[in-house]
Design a binder for this molecule. Structure first.
Ligand SMILES: Nc1ncnc2c1ncn2[C@@H]1O[C@H](COP(=O)(O)OP(=O)(O)O)[C@@H](O)[C@H]1O
Ligand SMILES: CC(C)(COP(=O)(O)O)[C@@H](O)C(=O)NCCC(=O)O
Ligand SMILES: [K+]
Length: 258
């Protein structure tokens, strides 16, 4: 079975894939102060509670957009499983079904997302990833990554407001009852949630205009489920898109190595 790990700026998502499905998926906080030993304890206890036998895992694949954590994770995987690790990096991009035009200036999570989306759809699409950053990655019918747009994620925007003002609190991101906030919490929820739905719609419209074609819109990332419910332009929500991409890349690279 495969262990796939996606280190994002807020969360580390990892899963075990075997017999064509994700058997378990976990989400833990990203903390670059934790050591390999500490992550080993966390992985060990989650595997135990998921009744996953360590010896059943024979391959690992890792995407990280927090480079400072890579060494600890490599050490952790080696200590815990003693198996080979594939780290997603520009040197393998030539082997992928998607074409990466600027390999050194794109996050490996976005490449994994693109690989999963294009492998599933085989046509032009736009991936909206609601993570720490809100990213838009567009693929052509031929699988070329046509471009990326990056905005602050919703929670990041809320944190920035709370951090840079004396009187605004951190609020939970839910849909407000009205655009006209009647208290501080609703006012922020309105500005962020309704404001961002305009941002997302505009990015989709503008991308479709510039490419002069309709795109399939896929949402992923922490807040995709909450957001997609009130956004008619989003066609699909794929919670595990990044992990799916990692699984596909691992499968491909294992075949090539044989
Ligand atoms: N299951 C969830 N339900 C609702 N919000 C979530 C969930 N998981 C993450 N989030 C929120 O989504 C944001 C981060 O999303 P995530 O995709 O985990 O980010 P990253 O990939 O940058 O680590 C955070 O604001 C977090 O609070
Ligand atoms: C855009 C991102 C910050 C998104 O990260 P996330 O929100 O998933 O934590 C990440 O993909 C990244 O760090 N990309 C590097 C982009 C570049 O080198 O141009
Ligand atoms: K991510």
């Amino acid at each position: 079975m495969l262990l796939a790990i996606d280190i994002g700026n807020t969360n580390i998502v990892f899963g075990i894939y075997g017999q064509n499905k994700w058997r378990n998926v976990w989400r833990i906080q990203t903390d670059n102060k934790k050591t390999a030993d500490e992550y080993e304890v966390i992985f060990h206890s989650l595997f135990d509670s998921g009744k996953i036998c360590k010896t059943d895992i024979d391959r690992a694949v890792l995407s990280s957009v927090v480079p400072a954590m890579n060494r600890e994770f490599e050490a952790m995987i080696t200590n815990l499983f003693g198996i080979p690790i594939l780290i997603i990096n520009p040197e393998i991009y030539d082997h992928l079904p998607v074409k990466v035009l600027n390999p050194y200036q794109i996050g490996s999570d976005l490449v994994a997302n693109a690989t999963a989306a294009y492998s599933k759809l085989k046509r032009a699409c736009l991936i909206v990833d609601f993570g720490t950053a809100l990213t838009f990655t567009t693929l052509s019918d031929q699988g070329e990554i046509m471009g990326v747009a990056i905005a602050p994620g919703l929670q990041t925007a809320v944190r920035a407001l709370a951090g840079n003002t004396a009187q605004l609190p951190n609020v939970q991101l839910t849909v407000p009852p009205s655009v006209l906030g009647k208290n501080t919490v609703h006012a922020i929820q309105s500005g962020i949630f309704i404001g961002y739905s305009g941002l997302v719609d505009r990015m989709i419209e503008r991308t479709e205009q510039e490419l002069n074609q309709k795109l399939i819109i896929i949402a992923t990332g922490g807040l995709s489920g909450v957001f997609a419910k009130q956004s008619p332009k989003i066609d699909l929500v794929e919670e595990n898109l990044t992990l799916d991409g990692l699984q596909i890349i691992s499968h491909l690279m294992t075949k090539i190595a044989r």
